[in-house]
Design a protein around this ligand. Structure first.
Ligand code: MOS
Length: 690
């Protein structure tokens, strides 16, 4: 690898298409005879549909069909009950899609949806998470397959014996994934084969799920995912929109376009579960941790178990002889929670990194120094050395860049007119993983190359990053390389998720390119197309299990109006150690994007649930506040030059999620430093401060 494309700030290959509006998203492909679907949500929380009366809707101009449990094509009852849509009259949560109206125009479909009459038998419901809910139980494992609880040493004894103790409980509300592009699909059936243009984070996995639901061989399903306007985890799996569109298209025997509305994203696509987290920390007089306990409570639905791995962050971040983590869950009459940027690590780090700040105050040690003192080269969870751990380097470089040394540790010690000013810090970490992947590389007689791989670019710049990786692996300038992605007919690749896309995909790209080079004449081009393929299943599967993590340090400075309690972010700065950075432009966007989402979590976002309706009352971007440009005055991301030979051929750790981890804690800690008030339930709003 010598051409040197990796590490250079290339603009996105599709950037021009995107800003000129020619990049096609899922419902923007021209399709002959296309019709429009509009999803109909349930109006009750829990119960049964007793009658669907489509007469008025069907009489409305342009309406072709009302598809519901009484007439919908049948689906195989698979392992994903959430996707078993329009199959039975049962309602599991308010907003569950119970019908689709298909019409010749979008407007006609929407009007038809308004005219469908549905009667229900509604029962009582429970939708509010509490720490004393009678339904609390211990799941068998947590997402994706971690043990539910862990224990080492004797936490209770260690905690009782320590001179300094912190026992605090943090609460986070439901957070809703709000990608710019909603979940959207165009579905077409041709001779028993299903073609969908769909907005998702992994076309290979969506194809597998559709094949299973519709009982088709995988070769009979094609999922095209060229451009995606974000997902934040919510599109990491096939979801309602693609299933509804495929059902409706089969029912009317015409192509159907179906995009969820902004309002329909608040629930049915998944969301970050609310959490209740009790953290207990004990330390000696020098601030060395002796006991750590993190007890996490979250919710799932009555359809399916999703157990957020909230306390896994605490298992590996800091060491102590006595440690315990637990997870408890309750099944509520709610939509199933799902992935949202750093599921587990994000809410868990908010709690642990806030508690570390409370410990720093209790023991009288600077919070950067407290973290440095509790650094560990050995993973407390696995008991083996980390492949690389540059938390301390991130903290030191961040402190220096941020100007931390001048900080007076006393709360309320800085004023700027009517503003109270404070600063805070938090650690950050995210696992560096990889999944099996396949790719092919082709050399052509004209000296050009084509790499084919079903990568999904959800806006991250993945297409460009893989093109750079391929050029270096082929040893040619990137201008000679073309890359084809976003289609399930291409070699199978794992989802853009878990911060493991770049690691997994580049592994297969590099192996395919290496294999191709072995087939080519020395220094020349072949006289016909020559291809090579790679499948990394054996290599990835055979990799030793080692603790591999990216690290970061998050710094924030806030100002709080001394009279009104209004909180503003002055500046935020993060330093990360994430292995090789493939493209500095797109990497920086991922990191500051994650940090901005952490700001949003700390100060703005909150799903407000009304138990009378059993649903969130804020179902749009007017009432569900997301950080906007005016909320971000200065935000900077830096990274260390980190080489770790135990990762993958490209040496990358992944950067999609680490930016959000710890960000909310740094801001909450800064608010405490500014005001002397510790808010332990997010978001930090002015009414909680005054
Ligand atoms: Mo991300 S929540 O792993 O798609």
């Amino acid at each position: 690898m010598s051409a040197g494309a990796v590490g250079r700030a290339y603009p996105r290959l599709e950037g021009r298409e995107k800003v000129t509006g020619t990049a096609r998203y899922a419902v923007e492909y021209p399709v002959d005879g296309v019709t429009y679907g509009w999803a109909v949500p349930s109006a009750v929380v829990r119960g049964r549909i007793t009658r669907v009366d489509p007469a008025q809707a069907l009489a409305s101009p342009g309406v072709l069909a009302v598809v519901h449990h009484g007439n919908a094509p049948r689906l195989a009852p698979g392992p994903e009950p959430d996707l078993w849509l329009l199959q039975e009259p049962t309602v599991h949560y308010r907003g569950q899609f119970i019908a689709v109206v298909v019409a010749t125009s979008l407007e006609a479909a929407r009007e038809g949806a308004r005219l469908v009459r549905i009667d229900y038998d509604a029962g009582p419901h429970s939708t509010v998470l509490t720490d004393d809910h009678p339904g609390l139980y211990k799941p068998d494992h947590i997402n994706p397959s971690y043990p539910t609880d862990t224990a080492e040493g004797d936490f209770d004894a260690g905690y009782a014996a320590a001179p300094v103790r912190v026992d605090v409980t943090y609460r986070t509300p439901a957070y809703h994934n709000n990608p710019m592009e909603p979940h959207a699909t165009t579905a077409q059936w041709h001779d028993g084969r299903l073609l969908v243009h769909d907005s998702n984070q992994g076309a290979s996995s969506v194809r597998a799920t559709l094949a299973e639901l519709f009982e088709l061989p995988r070769e009979s399903v094609r999922v095209v995912t060229q451009h995606v306007g974000g997902g934040f985890g919510s599109k990491g799996y096939a979801k309602a929109a693609v299933v509804l569109a495929a059902l409706a298209a089969r029912h009317v025997d015409r192509p159907v376009r179906l995009a969820l509305t902004r309002q329909q994203l608040f629930g049915p696509i998944g969301y970050r579960t609310p959490t209740i987290q009790r953290v207990r920390l004990a330390a000696d007089a020098d601030g060395r941790l002796t006991a750590i306990c993190h007890d996490a409570i979250s919710q799932t639905s009555t359809m399916r178990e999703f157990a957020e791995q909230t306390a896994v962050y605490t298992r590996s971040m800091y060491a102590a002889p006595h440690r315990r983590t637990t997870h408890r869950l309750v099944r509520l009459d709610v939509p199933t929670p799902f992935w949202m940027r750093a599921p587990g690590e994000c809410p868990g780090a908010y709690a642990l990194e806030s508690a570390m700040d409370e410990l720093a105050v209790a023991v009288g040690i600077d919070p950067v120094e407290l973290r440095i003192r509790n650094d560990t080269e050995v993973d407390p969870d696995q008991g083996r050395p980390f492949t690389s751990r540059n938390l301390v380097a991130c903290l030191r470089e961040g402190a220096q860049r941020f100007g931390w040394a001048d900080r007076d540790p006393a709360p309320r010690s800085r004023r700027d007119g009517h503003w109270l000013v404070g600063s805070g810090v938090a650690g950050s970490s995210y696992p560096a993983r990889a999944r099996p992947c396949s790719a092919t590389a082709t050399a052509r007689p004209d000296g050009s190359f084509l790499v084919r791989i079903n990568v999904t670019d959800i806006g991250t710049g993945a297409r460009t990053a893989m093109w750079q990786v391929a050029a270096d692996a082929l040893g040619v300038p990137p201008e000679r390389v073309a890359i084809s992605i976003g289609d399930s007919d291409l070699p199978t690749a794992p989802v853009a998720g878990g911060s493991m896309g770049t690691a997994s995909w580049s592994w297969a790209v590099i192996r395919a390119c290496q294999a191709l080079r072995g087939k080519l004449p020395e220094g020349g081009s072949p006289d016909r197309d020559v291809s090579a393929e790679a499948d990394t299943s054996d290599e990835v599967g055979g990799q030793p299990t080692l603790p591999r993590y990216a690290y970061g340090a998050q710094f924030a400075e806030v100002r709080v109006d001394a009279t009104t309690g209004e909180v503003r972010l002055n500046r935020m700065l993060g330093v990360f150690a994430a292995g090789q950075v493939v493209n500095p432009t797109t990497a920086r966007s991922q990191l500051i994007g994650g940090m901005t989402m952490g700001l949003s979590m700390a100060l703005h976002e909150e799903g407000v649930l009304d138990e009378r309706y059993g649903d969130w009352v804020n179902h749009d971007l007017a009432t569900y506040h997301i950080t906007g440009c005016a909320d971000v005055e200065s935000i900077e991301a830096y990274w260390l030059d980190e080489r770790d030979g135990e990762l993958n051929p490209a040496g990358v750790k992944g950067i999609g999620e680490i930016g959000i981890v710890g960000a909310a804690a740094a801001i909450a800690n800064a608010v405490h430093h500014a005001t002397g008030v510790r808010i332990r339930d997010l978001p930090i709003r002015l009414d909680k401060l005054v």
